[in-house]
Design a binder for this molecule. Sequence first.
Ligand SMILES: N[C@@H](CCC(=O)N[C@@H](CS)C(=O)NCC(=O)O)C(=O)O
Length: 206
Amino acid sequence: MKLYVHPASPFARKPRIAAALLGVELEIQTVDIFAGEGQSPGFLQLNPQGKVPTLVDGDFALWESNAIVQYLAANAPESPFNPQEARSRADILRWQFWESTSWAPACVVYIAENLLKPMLGRGEPDPEELRKGDEKFHRCAKVLNGHLANSPWLVGDTLTLADISVASVLMYAEQAKMPWAGYTHIAAWFDNIQQLPAWAATSPPQ
Ligand SMILES: N[C@@H](CCC(=O)N[C@@H](CS)C(=O)NCC(=O)O)C(=O)O
């Protein structure tokens, strides 16, 4: 299976970490989204959104990072990171849907305003966008922090794919100035994720 990534993308890092935990081998191909390679006709055939990550397995192309994580998991049904019991499976999906619909959209406001804008010379961060981001971020962070206050991991009492899906976007928490100070349970949990060899192995080059 081939995974199209950009090394700086938190969403592309997610299936790379998942694959390492699951023991699924991937061929990694970089798409330089900053140089417009995501918009090339060939890549748009695989992913009409022109985004990474995109997975190709034979004649099957799949995009959206959490769907890719689910597909990789289906290739490793015995993995302890992918429990099969119905409630655990649904719980993992719940956190992945929450990440896609609530958590990541809140976090990417800071990545877009505080990191990408200056990096790409697109002007100053927009205070109104950041204000709206704060509302979304704190609403989500309270939910995540509250859950982690009672359990070191998101599903059951061990690391699962849910943790990887939700943690990946935090790779820019500091650099993008996400307002996560004070969410001590998130910080402790994210610290544990950062200790994983797969986290270090997928770190973007500095
Ligand atoms: N919801 C998507 C988000 C993917 C995404 O936004 N990828 C960014 C990189 S972090 C991208 O490829 N952007 C290129 C573009 O929008 O042209 C997922 O989880 O896979």
